[in-house]
Design a protein around this ligand. Structure first.
Ligand SMILES: Nc1ncnc2c1ncn2[C@@H]1O[C@H](COP(=O)(O)OP(=O)(O)OP(=O)(O)O)[C@@H](O)[C@H]1O
Length: 250
């Protein structure tokens, strides 16, 4: 579980996060949605400690991340897995080397155990017989799956994904969403995903946080989001002609 209490963050005169309080539960796919520039990335970066917040607190279970020293923060970072926009694989490393990377950096396993673990994770995301290929030699969807395998290599308690299905076709995007959802359940991880993708919301939004101008403007789940009377959220959800059409038919 990750808990935010009254988090504020600004850059110079720009207040980007305003008094944000949220509880992200373990074993759930938590989604952060909102317009471009609303503060989603700053929020995610604040949660993982890439930004220091100005005030408020962030707890990882009962551990106060905000008041920890660097050494203690590093220990918590070992419990985090991350899938960045675009996959962010190392181009000069093979598929297997990419997944081995966090194990080489942070685990005490033997070489053989590391290779076994890397292969277990690749197998979990349904990638076989591709260990020696390089990122440029595999499809975008496969790259995302390798990124997910790398993110779960250290058996994280917390998984963070920034636009995990950007650049993918709708069918592959759903495969990636479902994979993240399944492994969240399987390993009881606290998963937080930044997304623009309304399909992700409909498929897997067990908890959805709507950020608007740096405020938490709404929270609920995938069933509640289509029946909300929050005008701002409705404008966001039904921004596309397709969704307007679906709404008019329902
Ligand atoms: N390091 C920074 N320094 C100054 N301003 C920043 C910094 N990072 C973000 N901002 C500002 O904070 C605001 C929120 O940005 P953020 O990247 O969190 O938006 P977002 O909701 O993730 O947008 P998008 O969906 O387009 O990625 C923007 O006005 C942005 O210019």
């Amino acid at each position: 579980m990750i808990t935010l209490n009254n988090v504020n963050k600004s850059f110079a005169n720009l207040q980007v996060l305003n008094d944000i309080s949220i509880t992200f539960e373990a074993g759930k796919t938590n989604l952060i949605i909102g317009q471009s520039g609303s503060g989603k990335t700053v929020l995610l970066k604040s949660i993982i400690g890439l930004h220091d917040v100005d005030s408020g607190s962030i707890f990882y279970n009962d551990r106060d991340f905000t008041s920890m020293n660097l050494k203690a923060k590093k220990e918590i970072r070992k419990e985090m897995g991350m899938v960045f926009q675009g996959g962010a694989l190392f181009d000069s490393m093979s598929v297997e080397e990419n997944v081995l990377f966090p194990l080489q950096m942070f685990s005490d396993l033997s070489e053989k155990e590391k290779i076994n673990r890397a292969n277990f994770c690749l197998d979990r995301v349904n990638i076989q017989n591709s260990n020696h290929l390089f990122p440029a030699e595999i499809s975008g969807g496969m790259q995302k799956r390798v990124a997910i395998a790398r993110a779960i290599a250290l058996n994280p308690k917390y998984l963070f994904c920034d636009e995990p299905n950007s650049g993918l076709d709708p069918v592959t995007a759903i495969v990636i969403d479902n994979l993240i959802h399944e492994i969240t359940k399987e390993y009881n991880m606290t998963t937080i995903i930044n997304t623009h993708d309304m399909n992700s919301v409909i498929e897997n939004g067990e908890k959805i946080i709507f950020i608007s101008n740096g405020y938490k403007a709404w929270e609920g789940n995938k069933d509640e989001i289509f029946n909300t009377d929050n005008t701002e959220l409705n404008n966001f959800v039904f921004a596309s002609e397709l969704y307007k059409k679906i709404k008019s038919l329902s």
